[in-house]
Design a protein around this ligand. Structure first.
Ligand SMILES: N[C@@H](CCC(=O)N[C@@H](CS)C(=O)NCC(=O)O)C(=O)O
Ligand code: FES
Length: 100
C-alpha cells in the first residue's frame, strides 16, 4: 500500500484498509511502498499487476482496490476470509440488523 493502515497516503490504499476494517480484519501486514522503491517495483513484477495497493491472502495475490471492492460487494470476500478461518465481522453486523 501507500502509507500505513493508520495513515494511508492514497485513496485507493485507504479504500482497501477500510474494506478490511469493515470485515473486522485488523491482523494483517502492510508495507509502505513509498518507503521502499524496490518494493514498489518488485511487487508489481511479482504479481504482474501494475498498481498499488495489492492485496494478498495467505500469500496469494488477490488484486487491487477495485477487485477487493467487487469481492466485498458480491460476497466473495466473506467466503475467502472463511477459507482462512476468519469470520467476517459483517456477518455479525447483518445478524444484528435482522434482530431489529
Ligand atoms: N484501479 C486500481 C487503483 C490503484 C491505482 O491506480 N494505483 C496507482 C496510483 S496510486 C499506482 O499504483 N500507480 C503506480 C505507482 O504509483 O507505482 C486498483 O484497483 O487498485
Ligand atoms: S497516489 Fe495518487 S492516485 Fe494513488
Amino acid at each position: 500500500m501507500k502509507g500505513s493502515p493508520a495513515q494511508p497516503q492514497c485513496g485507493f490504499s485507504n479504500a482497501v484498509v477500510q474494506i478490511l476494517r469493515l470485515h473486522g480484519v485488523a491482523d494483517y501486514r502492510a508495507h509502505d511502498v513509498l518507503q521502499d522503491p524496490g518494493l514498489r517495483q518488485g511487487v508489481k513484477n511479482y504479481s504482474n499487476w501494475p498498481t498499488i495497493p495489492q492485496v494478498y491472502l495467505n500469500g496469494e495475490f488477490v488484486g487491487g482496490c477495485d477487485i477487493l471492492l467487487q469481492m466485498h460487494q458480491n460476497g466473495d470476500l466473506v467466503e475467502e476470509l472463511k477459507k482462512l478461518g476468519i469470520r467476517s465481522a459483517l456477518l455479525d453486523a447483518e445478524k444484528d440488523q435482522d434482530k431489529k
